[in-house]
Design a protein around this ligand. Structure first.
Ligand code: IP8
Length: 278
């Protein structure tokens, strides 16, 4: 690869960053944002100024409503006002997303909110991404696209929830003109924890793990109360599939000052790195 080719390749790489909903919101209080954490995350992303697609989860905006109306199980005529609940779940996510978008724009950082439920659709349990062009064109214009966990409509007359993790997987499989350098999940812990073999009362963090070792980890259960999209076990299934596309994954603590920035700048931090098998 000559210098020019390698420059082009570097310029066309992108990082997918997911800010967990549990990190950005207060799980114990519906529709509540942890403003300091959001502002710190936004500042770190702006300071890093890398090419990123940002995805955020539902937290106390999406999950309580999705649970109340049983949205992830699809249409159920026995649930009163379920269709209205579907619309409300989406709208709660729009409000949450708008708060984040405003934080970036107030700092004069160009971002574009992309409505997940308008670009993804489901049919026979298969999700399809209707057009990747909007995202890639935004990136070409140096605008950071921002997507979020949302409702998803099903062509067969139903609906479900699409999580931020699922969005990431779909992007990993569909992005054409950009190389995905890595996927970063910012959460509320230093990554994965396993039960200590010598003392099952204790758990210890996993700093490095090959994707083919994920199944054999004796994961510690750190509890996920309001998550309708499956918590850490489901995240690991997504990660395994992401790794099949040869994309490394990093699980980082978004509560530790500067970790989001350092991860985006590829600096060393305490976290879980999921490595790719050859
Ligand atoms: O927090 C869920 O997204 P997640 C989105 O990434 C809704 O699982 C609407 C519950």
């Amino acid at each position: 690869m000559d210098e020019c080719e390698s420059k082009l390749k570097v310029e066309s790489s992108v990082i997918l960053l997911k800010l967990g909903g549990g990190l950005l919101t207060d799980k114990n209080k519906p529709l509540s944002i942890r403003e300091d954490i959001v502002k710190s995350a936004v500042k770190q992303i702006i300071d890093a100024n890398e090419r990123i697609i940002l995805i955020h989860g539902g937290g106390s905006f999406g999950h309580p409503l999705a649970k109340k109306y049983s949205i992830s199980n699809g249409i159920d005529k026995t649930i009163p006002n379920q269709i209205l609940g579907l619309a409300e779940t989406h709208h709660a996510m729009v409000k949450f997303n708008s708060y984040l978008i405003e934080q970036f724009l107030e700092s004069n950082y160009p971002v574009l909110s992309i409505q997940t439920s308008s670009i993804f659709i489901e049919k026979s349990n298969k999700i399809s991404l209707e057009s990747i062009d909007v995202l890639e064109t935004a990136l070409n214009l140096k605008i950071m696209p921002v997507l979020y966990g949302d409702i998803i409509l099903d062509k067969q007359g139903s609906f479900s929830i699409i999580s931020g993790d699922q969005i990431i997987l779909e992007l990993c499989q569909n992005l054409n003109s950009y190389n995905i350098q890595k996927v970063v999940f910012a959460m509320e812990s230093d990554g994965l924890y396993i039960v200590d073999k010598d003392n099952s009362e204790n758990c210890k963090s996993v700093t490095e793990c090959y994707s083919n070792e994920l199944d054999s980890l004796n994961l510690a259960d750190l509890g996920q109360k309001i998550d309708v999209t499956g918590g850490i076990k489901s995240k690991l299934n997504f990660i395994k599939t992401i790794c099949k596309s040869k994309i490394p994954v990093q699980l980082i603590n978004g509560l530790t000052e500067g970790y989001i920035y350092k991860s985006l700048m590829n600096q060393k931090i305490n976290c879980t790195n999921i490595l790719i098998n050859d």
